[in-house]
Design a protein around this ligand. Structure first.
Ligand SMILES: [Ca+2]
Ligand SMILES: [Ca+2]
Ligand SMILES: [Ca+2]
Ligand SMILES: [Ca+2]
Length: 282
């Protein structure tokens, strides 16, 4: 539960307690017990040595100690984990959250005069390959564990487990992939969908809040959301980068389609994503 920075602080606190051989008489014993939680030690009230100078300097130490402990309590309480339920997010080059599964979908895009593209052309953060055909990878949360529910806002996630978490509406995008000698393939765990010679993926979207109001999500690692009906959703403590992938679908008797609530799609095959990384101003 403790990260490296908090662990260092904890060591500092232990050091302070180690150097403190008494509890000042003015201090409530309950306060002292909180301080001792780190050491699990009981010490009696009053100076051992009887030197007033030591007593004074240690009072200061105790004030510092209280501040450190308050910081630890706040830091623990404000650590945000991913909402409960099963769902999926596009996989960034930085990898998936700890304990999530992963999988990839290879789509054989149009062979003739292919117009695939990715934005930005250089410096995108997707895990996969984006040339004349597309390898797109996902992070999948396959257990219901988690912390609370997804916040109101304007964004989409990919669906997993047959239904959306509370507050989302569902929909899908269907890509008519290359008909001729199709080489579609898949590996690992994927979002809800149909992954054969063509590709159908289900999503969960919501527009019950402003994209411009910060929502709270874990900030320990970069991640993606899908863009919905507004700009990229603002996330507290994270910088936003809009990125997109265009997959050229079958030219001959194309029957690509979409329905319900799904990420914003322009020019028929360009899907818009939002990449988040720890804010450089923090
Ligand atoms: Ca192809
Ligand atoms: Ca096809
Ligand atoms: Ca074709
Ligand atoms: Ca096409």
């Amino acid at each position: 539960m403790l990260n490296a920075r908090m662990l260092k602080l904890r060591i500092n606190i232990e050091g302070l307690i180690e150097n403190t051989s008494y509890r000042p008489c003015h201090m409530q014993s309950s306060q002292f017990e909180i301080a001792m939680l780190v050491k699990k030690e009981n010490k009696t009230c009053g100076p051992k040595s009887g030197h007033l100078s030591l007593f004074d300097s240690s009072l200061e130490e105790f004030n510092m100690l209280n501040m450190f402990i308050l910081f630890l309590v706040i830091a623990s309480a404000s650590a945000i984990s991913w909402p409960n339920g099963r769902y999926s997010l596009p996989k960034p080059i930085d990898g998936c959250p700890l304990g999530w599964e992963t999988g990839c979908r290879y789509q054989d895009n149009e062979d003739n005069n292919n117009i695939n593209s990715v934005y930005p052309n250089r410096g995108y953060h997707f895990f996969g390959t984006f040339k004349r055909n597309t390898l797109m990878c996902y992070c999948i949360k396959t257990t219901d564990s988690g912390n609370g529910s997804w916040p109101s806002g304007n964004y989409c996630i990919a669906r997993k487990g047959g239904s959306c978490p509370a507050g989302f509406c569902t929909g899908h995008i269907y890509w008519d992939d290359e008909d001729n000698a199709n080489t579609n393939s898949k590996s690992g765990i994927l979002p809800d969908g149909v992954y054969d010679r063509n590709t159908k993926t289900y999503y969960c979207c919501r527009s019950d809040g402003s994209a411009y109001r910060d929502i709270n999500l874990p900030t320990s690692k970069p991640f993606y959301l899908y863009q919905y009906t507004s700009n990229c959703q603002h996330v507290r403590g994270m910088d936003r980068y809009e990125e997109s992938i265009t997959m050229d679908d079958e030219d001959d008797k194309n029957n690509s389609s979409d329905d319900g609530c799904h990420p914003i799609k322009t020019d028929t095959t360009e899907v818009h994503y939002c990449y988040y990384s720890l804010s450089s101003s923090k």
